[in-house]
Design a protein around this ligand. Structure first.
Ligand code: BTN
Length: 208
């Protein structure tokens, strides 16, 4: 699949948003088009299971909208793993291989501390199904975030920038979603994710 026909990617950049996932949904509700939305900071960043995602300046907060008619609700679990692979590849291109681990369902850890979280939401607007994938990556150190709990790309690479990270994220997302082909090539991404996982042998809880 090509999520962005004619390779034209519509990106909206905001200085501040409550949540880029919410901003994307609002744009769709207003019947405008959007592919990616990025904000320098989020005032009400949301994590999974109702958690807060603290989002001060220095982090990457971006959401991508999938509006392809062939994407169905049943694809969501694969898209969750796939998005985690997109984030992992992006991060590895910046800080090098063998440093990160994935944690069920789609977190990325560096040195036992969370580096990246992903929030996937789906909505029906005017009978059309959309999937919104929100990426939060800790790029530069911030005062507000808890450095005991979170890791940052800047720990490994001092030349890192949100811009560079976002460019790579877009390219990897486009590339990987194309290869995925609505699940026909999922196995290779699942295997990559399994190679990175720190959950081998652990019991995990799955909420449906
Ligand atoms: C988690 O690990 O709980 C998921 C965190 C997801 C955070 C990102 S930041 C961009 C997008 N907008 C949000 O409000 N949340 C996601």
């Amino acid at each position: 699949m090509n999520p962005f026909p004619a390779n034209k990617i519509l990106i909206k950049r905001l200085r501040s948003a409550n949540s880029t996932n919410d901003a994307a949904i609002n744009i769709l509700k207003n019947q405008e088009n959007i592919d990616w939305i990025i904000a320098d900071e989020q005032l009400n960043g949301r994590g999974r299971r109702g958690n807060i995602w603290t989002s001060p300046l220095g982090g990457l907060y971006a959401s991508v909208v999938l509006s392809d008619d062939k994407i169905e609700y049943s694809h969501l679990s694969q898209l969750s793993i796939l998005s985690s692979v997109v984030a992992a590849k992006t991060i590895e291109e910046i800080i090098g291989k063998n440093l990160i681990r994935s944690k069920w369902p789609n977190d990325i850890f560096l040195a036992e501390k969370k580096l990246c979280g992903i929030l996937i939401e789906s909505v029906f607007i005017e009978n059309k199904f959309y999937v919104i994938v929100g990426f939060g990556i800790n790029v530069k150190f911030t005062n507000e975030q808890n450095q005991a709990k979170f890791s940052y790309l800047q720990e490994i690479s001092d030349k890192v920038s949100v811009e560079k990270c976002f460019n790579k994220l877009i390219l990897n997302f486009n590339k990987i979603i194309n290869i995925w082909d609505y699940g026909r090539s999922f196995t290779r991404f699942k295997n990559y994710w399994l190679m990175l996982t720190q959950d081998h042998g652990r019991i995990i809880k799955v909420r449906i």
